[in-house]
Write a protein that binds this ligand. Structure first.
Ligand code: PMP
Length: 296
C-alpha cells in the first residue's frame, strides 16, 4: 500500500512522520475513517465537513481547500487500486523539534495530511457475528462529560474509547457500552446504538452526549424513508435495553451489527431481529449504489 503524506506517496514501510509531531507527543490531531464501496466513496462530503469541524474546534487550521483533500483521497485510492475498503485520513501539525508544551500557540496552520488506504481484509468482526450478533456489557464507569470535552471532535487520541474496548476484551465480550454522566446509554466504544421496541426505533439523542455518527444518520434516514419506522432520538437506559425486542450498533467500519446479549442476558430471543436484518440489507443496497465515484 502507498501512503499519502502532504502531496507525496510512500511505501507503507517508508511512510514516516517526526517523533516531534504533536499527534505522537500529545495526541493532538483529528481523523476520519471513510468507506469505499464498489468504487464509490460513501458520504464523502459529510466526512470532510466533520473533519473540518473537528479541526476548527481544536484550533487546527487546514489551509488547503476541501476539493484538494477530495483529490488527494481519490489519488490515494487510485494509486492503491482500492475499490472496496476504507481510508484513514489524519490531520495533525508538522513535526518541529522546537515545539514544546510551554510554547503552544493558540492555533496551528502548518498541517500534515496523511491518508492510509486499508482493504476490507482488515475488519473488526467476523461474518458469523453479523449473522449471529455480538455481546456487550456495561462497565461501572461514566464517560467524560460532554460539556467537558466536545464529543464531536474526532480526535486521534482514542484512549477513552480504547479503554472501553479493552475492558470488553478482558470480560470476553465484543464491546462495552458508554454511559453518560447521568447513567444513560450513549453508544458502544466506537459506535452508535439503536434499539427497537414494539416496532418503534429508539436511539440516544445527540444532547445526551452521543457521537453524531454518519452511519447513525444514514440508518435514521433509511428507517424513516425505506422502512416507514418511527424513530425517536431520546434517553435510553439499561432497562430499556434489557427489554428491547432488537438492538444493533453502527459505525463506518462495522456498518450495522446486531447485538444479542447485554450484561450476559439475551435480548428477547437472543437472535438478530427482523427489522435489524432488513436494515442491514437496505444499508448494503444504499452504499453499493451511491457515493462519489472514483475512476481507476
Ligand atoms: N461513536 C463513537 C464513540 C465513535 O468513535 C464512532 C466512530 N468513530 C461512532 C460512534 C460511529 O460514527 P460513524 O458512523 O460516523 O463512523
Amino acid at each position: 500500500m502507498k501512503v499519502y503524506i502532504d502531496g507525496s506517496f510512500f511505501d507503507d514501510s517508508e511512510a514516516k512522520i517526526s517523533i516531534f509531531n504533536y499527534g505522537f507527543l500529545y495526541g493532538y490531531g483529528v481523523y476520519e475513517y471513510i468507506r469505499i464501496y464498489n468504487g464509490r466513496i460513501f458520504r464523502l462530503k459529510e466526512h470532510l465537513e466533520r473533519l473540518l469541524y473537528s479541526a476548527r474546534t481544536i484550533s487546527l487550521i487546514i489551509k488547503i481547500e476541501q476539493s484538494e483533500i477530495e483529490k488527494a483521497i481519490i489519488q490515494t485510492l487510485t494509486i492503491n487500486k482500492l475499490i472496496n475498503g476504507y481510508i484513514k485520513l489524519i490531520v495533525t501539525i508538522k513535526g518541529d523539534n522546537r515545539l514544546q508544551y510551554n510554547q503552544l500557540k493558540y492555533e496551528y496552520d502548518t498541517t500534515s495530511i496523511i491518508i492510509i488506504a486499508i482493504d476490507t481484509s482488515v475488519c473488526l468482526y467476523t461474518q458469523s457475528l453479523y449473522i449471529n450478533g455480538i455481546n456487550v456489557i456495561t462497565l461501572p464507569l461514566k464517560n467524560v462529560r460532554h460539556d467537558s470535552l466536545d464529543f464531536h471532535i474526532k480526535s486521534i487520541n482514542y484512549l477513552n474509547n480504547m479503554l472501553y474496548k479493552m475492558e470488553a476484551i478482558q470480560h470476553n465480550v465484543h464491546d462495552s457500552i458508554l454511559l453518560n454522566s447521568e447513567g444513560y446509554i450513549i453508544g458502544c466504544s466506537s459506535s452508535n446504538i439503536f434499539i427497537i421496541k414494539n416496532g418503534i426505533m429508539y436511539t440516544p439523542s445527540i444532547v445526551e452526549g452521543c457521537f453524531d455518527g454518519i452511519t447513525r444518520e444514514t440508518v435514521i434516514e433509511l428507517s424513516r424513508n425505506k422502512l416507514n419506522l418511527i424513530v425517536k432520538e431520546t434517553r435510553i437506559n439499561i432497562y430499556n435495553l434489557y427489554n428491547a425486542d432488537e438492538c444493533f450498533i453502527t459505525g463506518t467500519i462495522i456498518e450495522l451489527i446486531p447485538v444479542v446479549k447485554v450484561n450476559f442476558k439475551y435480548i428477547l430471543s437472543g437472535k438478530p431481529g427482523p427489522i435489524t436484518i432488513k436494515l442491514m440489507r437496505e444499508f448494503k443496497n444504499l452504499v453499493m449504489s451511491t457515493g462519489t465515484p472514483i475512476e481507476l
